[in-house]
Write a protein that binds this ligand. Structure first.
Ligand code: SF4
Ligand code: FES
Length: 378
């Protein structure tokens, strides 16, 4: 039996509260409310358990992680336990003062996500007027603080034509790394798939542009590129393999191998409130279910890529085939691959309205005015 390696990273979804309402948010459709969130003391204990288990990277995300007042305290604690600290933020609440506190607490890296470069379209996608301008201000603050700047552009059929401008903006802002990430179709992204999925021609044009930019910017800026599985021949190694590299913890403390695992029926996810991280990682049936290769059906079982992509994504296999234990249909060797093609064929010529992501159900399709979308924590 092979030795169980510790997880490399812990993804802490501190809260599902967020001022934005992106229609491709990776959070579940059933967002957890502020009142159910873990308290600071529990997170501090979890950070201690993570360090003891051998976790190297702490990714603080949400929702919007800066909506938690204790974020600097959590960063400071993770940092004191020698873990690399990363915040993934919309940038809406992170001002000069909070930046100074985070730097003093030892933050290593902050990643800002952008919706587009056209302010009108960016704000429409984010569901909040003025959002884009705030992100630009935060990028400048990150540079001024001497932190490496990573920009994340989530791309889809409603902003892909601005890809050259996205790369130019990243260059202008002095980003050391830029992610051009096509929407992944889980959670809200799956709900809005028809509004977001690009055509094959759009995808091919974007891939050519990224390739050219990589060549031009070699040595100056790293460009990561994530493509949509619907046009792939082989799947991605989702999360680096089920329960191999990461633990994801929801705001209320549910521990899962990935952010979308709650969509899978028949699973019970342990809570960090009452079970230690080490026990969860080692023993939880939900973590063991698709770990390694023993669970694999054919064609994965006898495929020479089985320890490279680990059979793809379990949540996608379930979303498309209704069975999480089948080969990811993104793989052209999967007997279900035609189902992916069918989705592409059925894509409508005009994108439908977005269903915006928000606590308490979908917002109307029109763009809301600036408003307080952060549900207060009781
Ligand atoms: Fe990966 Fe399975 Fe496809 Fe092989 S058959 S490439 S292991 S998904
Ligand atoms: Fe859950 Fe891929 S998102 S395994």
């Amino acid at each position: 039996m092979s030795v169980l390696e510790p997880p490399m990273g812990l993804i802490a979804e501190l809260t599902h509260r967020c001022p934005l309402q992106c229609p491709y948010c990776s959070n579940p459709l059933e967002l957890e409310r502020g009142g159910t969130e873990l308290d600071t003391a529990t997170w501090i204990r979890v950070l201690d358990e993570a360090a003891a288990l051998g976790v190297l990277q702490m990714h603080f995300t949400g929702g919007e992680p800066t909506a938690r007042k204790d974020l600097p305290e959590l960063v400071r604690h993770a940092s004191s336990r020698q873990m690399y600290t990363n915040i993934i933020t919309s940038g809406m609440l992170l001002d000069e003062r909070m930046m100074a506190t985070l730097v003093e607490a030892g933050i290593d890296h902050i990643q800002i996500s952008f919706q587009d470069i056209d302010p009108g379209n960016a704000d429409r996608i984010a569901g909040l007027r003025g959002a884009h301008a705030k992100k630009l201000r935060l990028a400048a603050l990150i540079k001024a603080a001497g932190l490496p700047l990573t920009l994340n552009f989530v791309v889809h059929r409603q902003n892909l034509e601005n890809l050259p401008g996205m790369l130019a903006l990243a260059e202008e802002l002095g980003a050391s790394r830029t992610e051009i990430a096509h929407v992944q179709y889980y959670g809200w992204g799956l709900k809005n798939r028809d509004a977001l999925l690009p055509s094959r021609a759009q995808l091919e044009a974007s891939t050519a542009r990224v390739d050219a930019a990589r060549e031009r910017l070699k040595g100056r800026m790293v460009i990561d590129y994530v493509v949509p599985d619907y046009y792939a021949r082989r799947p991605k190694a989702c999360m680096g393999g089920w329960a191999r590299r990461f633990i994801n913890i929801s705001p209320s403390g549910k521990a899962m191998p990935c952010h979308a695992a709650e969509t899978l029926p028949g699973f019970t996810f342990p809570s960090v409130r009452d079970t230690s991280l080490a026990e969860i990682w080692r023993d939880a049936p939900a973590f063991q279910r698709f770990r390694g290769t023993d669970w694999m059906p054919e064609p994965c079982r006898s495929c020479d890529r089985r320890e490279l992509d680990w059979g793809g994504c379990r949540c996608q296999a379930f979303a498309i085939t209704g069975d999480a234990a089948r080969t990811d249909p993104a793989c052209s060797l999967s007997p279900d691959h035609a189902l992916m093609d069918a989705v592409v064929q059925e894509r409508s010529s005009e994108p439908p309205e977005f269903v915006y992501r928000r606590i308490g159900g979908a917002a109307p399709a029109s763009v809301p005015a600036p408003q307080e979308l952060l549900e207060p924590v009781p």
